[in-house]
Design a protein around this ligand. Structure first.
Ligand code: FAD
Ligand code: PYC
Length: 417
């Protein structure tokens, strides 16, 4: 693998950029692997990277029904933060933020992690109470969340409208400065390149049709569009398609799948310095390095596998955005899309062993799993390698739906679901 550094950049510039080698080969499946990961999103590719790099397990295939990073990893609005309410969640999301900070160096690939701060606006007395509760809880857990007055919100985010006639008055906001964004494709590409360079096969355009179990009920392999692949362990990381894949192994999960939509505007000069979320009105916004405003909405009301989503939701979102930021009222929108998100009853993720020996699942990230990518992948790989949960993901196993020790993050999940 070519290492990216100033010398390789210069060398390739001098040869007209004609000699860069491919980032990873498009592999064909072998007959057998130690581990098969289903789903080449950030979580699946990241798990393969950590399996290879930290656990020395390299006889691994990552299989995707489409192209790598083409699921929610390539469709999300890339907001990264760790201002969740409960101790368990903060440990998980802060672990991810710690890894984000060194990820470009770890992968030798620029994932463009940008620590620009995330401001959550409060529009009602209830918002104020709820966000202040989060601020207090976060500070006890060492998370840098703090309360801003409405004037301080405007100072932090100048395009904000504070006029008295505003449809959604700003009563203050909760700011996490360590929060920010990263380049979603680069996360998938960086993990793929690193895993592949360590011997992992990345197999694209290969739907997994079923998980096959042996006579003792343990994992035997996967039936795919390219034939049967034998393996000792399987990690499932397929976001909105988790229930359909897991059902083939006879495992039912407490999940529902909904479309979630986002859209981008025409490119503008740099005008928006931070990330702003307005949870009460189901809208969030940042500006990409290309200049596009990146805007997202809440989930559709109905379960579906359509990667489109309904028009009323984004109309509602844009109505809200232009009320809060009237300077954007004449900006044209260029593209919109949807992704299928997997939602649990308590709005927290599942990173767990399953009743099937050798079968592990990482799902339930709903509208908020991009921020968790390195942390989820790291703990998932640990669990697959050692056949036991990492201490950070131990509270997020399937056990909690039996014991009732739920981790209710409905308010911190922030995006309506
Ligand atoms: P994915 O990236 O979806 O990868 C799963 C892969 O599994 C896909 O590539 C798919 O093709 C593959 N697959 C499915 N079925 C099969 C099969 N049978 N065989 C083989 N492969 C299969 N989170 C945040 O933290 N911040 C945000 O700002 C944010 N915004 C979002 C905005 C939108 C519009 C959406 C849709 C999501 C958003 N999220 C956000 C959530 C976040 O995108 C996801 O939680 C996260 O990306 C999930 O990553 P993943 O790797 O688990 O799944
Ligand atoms: O979880 O921060 C989040 C988020 C923002 C937009 C979608 N999800």
């Amino acid at each position: 693998m070519t290492r990216f550094n100033a010398f390789s950049l210069l060398r390739n510039a001098l040869s007209g950029h004609k000699n860069w080698t491919e980032q990873w080969p498009d592999s064909q499946p072998k007959a057998e692997y130690d581990v098969v990961i289903i789903g080449a999103g950030g979580h699946g590719l990241g798990a393969a990277h950590y399996l290879a790099k930290q656990h020395g397990i390299t006889n691994v295939a990552v299989i995707d029904k489409g192209w790598l990073g083409g699921g929610n990893t390539g469709r999300n609005t890339t907001i990264i933060r760790s201002n969740y309410l409960y101790d368990e969640s903060v440990r998980l999301y802060d672990h991810a933020v710690d890894l984000w900070e060194g990820l470009s160096q770890d992968l030798n690939y620029n994932v463009m992690y940008s620590r620009r701060g995330c401001l959550m606006l409060a529009h009602t007395a209830h918002d104020v109470q709820s966000f202040k509760r989060h601020v207090h809880s976060n500070r006890l857990n060492g998370v840098d969340n703090r309360w801003l007055t409405r004037e301080e919100c405007k100072e932090f985010c100048p395009p904000l409208d504070l006029s008295p006639a505003a449809r959604y008055p700003v009563m203050g906001g909760a700011l996490q400065e360590r929060a920010g964004t990263a380049r979603h494709d680069a996360v998938a590409w960086g993990y793929a390149r690193s895993a592949s360079s360590r011997g992992v096969d990345i197999i694209q355009n290969c739907p997994v049709l079923a998980i096959r179990r042996d006579a003792h009920g343990a994992v035997e392999g996967v039936e795919t569009a390219k034939g049967f692949i034998k393996c000792k362990k399987i990690g499932v990381s397929v976001a909105g398609h988790t229930t359909t894949v897991m059902e083939t192994a006879g495992v039912r999960l407490p999940l529902e799948s909904f479309p979630l939509q986002a859209l981008v505007s025409e490119p503008l000069k740099p005008v928006f310095p931070c990330v702003v979320m307005s949870n009460a009105v189901h809208a969030y916004i940042s500006q990409s390095d290309k200049g596009e405003l990146v805007i997202g909405s809440g989930t559709d009301q109905y379960t579906s596998y359509s990667q489109r989503g309904g028009l009323p939701l984004i109309e509602h979102t844009l109505a809200a955005i232009t009320e809060i930021f009237p300077i954007f009222s004449r900006v044209r929108m260029l593209r919109k899309w949807g992704g299928i998100v997997d939602v649990t009853p308590d709005r927290s993720a599942i990173i767990s062993k399953t009743p099937v020996p050798g079968l592990y699942v990482n799902c339930g990230w709903g509208t908020g799993g991009f921020k968790a990518t390195p942390g989820a992948a790291h703990t998932f790989a640990w669990m697959i390698a050692k056949d036991e949960p990492h201490p950070i993901n131990a509270p997020f196993t399937l056990e909690r739906f039996r014991t009732g020790r739920l981790i209710d993050e409905a308010a911190a999940a922030a995006v309506a679901h």
